[in-house]
Design a protein around this ligand. Sequence first.
Ligand code: NAD
Length: 481
Amino acid sequence: MQKIRNYINGELIEPFDKQYIDNYNPATGKVYSLIPDSDEKDVKLAAEAALAAFPKWSVTSKEERSRILLKISELIERDIERLAIAESVDNGKPVALAKMVDIPRAASNFHFYATAILHYSSESHAMEDVAINYTLRNPVGVAGCISPWNLPLYLFTWKVAPAIASGNCVVAKPSEITPMTAYLLSELCIEAGLPKGVLNIVHGHGHKVGSAITSHPKIPLISFTGGTKTGAEIARVAAPMFKKLSLELGGKNPNIIFADCNFDNAVKTTLNSSFANQGQICLCGSRIFIERSLYEKFKTEFVAKTKAMRVGNPADGNNKIGAVVSKAHMEKILSYIELAKQEGGSILCGGHQLKMEGEFSEGYYIAPTVIEGLPYNCRTNQEEIFGPVVTLTPFDTEEEVLMYANSTQYGLAAIVWTENLTRAHRVANLLHSGIVWINCWLLRDLRTPFGGVKSSGVGREGGFEALHFFTEPKNVCIKLK
Ligand code: NAD
């Protein structure tokens, strides 16, 4: 059975204690590889390697850093097929989705930051003829990067690329549920000639490896993407150590459909924003609010199209929906469907586990589920489910739907469908959320600020925001006379 290894000081090595965790293929429910069950001893080793590499890497010219990052990007593109299959086996997502979204985006993350550093400049503030201030932006040191399982390589590289591009060294931890592509990336980093110790990847559980990174005294900044509860725990540990924190957390995103929308586009994209990656994207719109005059028409069309979506073997290109990531997560999603029924919801389609044939009979499949008849403030409509489950709710006025949309503790993304330009701008401005998509979903320009408000996070990733985060500004003031 394949054993994943840690990537420390430029080498692929076994964990200190030589203990391993089973890695499951969600499509079959079978163990297919082993993950290092690392702990604070492995994190210590990784932090030492990163600290040792920092003095040289932090003064390596940005042209040279850029060259190496571009090479990594090219190698990801070269291996797109292999990486997409690995991502699908590890996570349960359709291979086609991994090939179209996850892996190209991982390559773009390196490409984007390899070039962004060449254009990054810092500020200067002249005090007329008295003095001039200029800002130096130096890399901070060793960055801790911790990522989740839903878009494994995509989100892992979204942190690692800006961190090392801006001259930091990194101790990174991918999710223990989907570690494979981060492991394959470590092989590509070696091939690309990334100097040893610049990136170190330690695999294992969050409560062992993640918490050892968060509490390590020589890791002064933590970039985390994951659940809101974990984010709160990281903030609790890191705050008294005055660490710099970037937290990208959960969501419960509203999808608001006004009667004047382009109906076909709204239905088509809403299918995607509801069920892409089995609904396991932090940006999915799980609460669909529909203006009452359009409600029945939208519901009929949306439910019919949902029922027609094929679920099954993620390697079969005809299947739009694969397996959810783990047995525990499948059970959590099913328990929320039960809760929705108890809260008075009607299941319009789905609402149950799907049993497949043959080698997929033990896989974790859930029929895409549409629920109606729930109040906006019930638990089903307030808590993050993170699966192929959406609710439909009618509304009468703009004011009412804004209240529904803004009623949760979250504020990551929102989607609005209307052909009324004035309303689009007005509603976008009034939504409590870090990102608003009008008449589209998941259209991403990597230069834009990415992140959430309220319990969806602290700080922004993307563009120069990430380069700001991974550098420390220092003001130098020179008196002129
Ligand atoms: P999670 O919080 O369980 O785990 C995320 C990472 O944190 C994993 O690598 C895990 O091992 C690690 N971890 C766990 N406990 C830790 C601890 N005590 N200290 C340090 N690290 C620890 O999240 P998940 O289940 O992997 O991912 C799903 C969640 O991520 C959802 O809530 C989703 O909304 C969120 N998410 C947010 C974004 C965003 O950009 N805002 C993107 C993707 C996913």
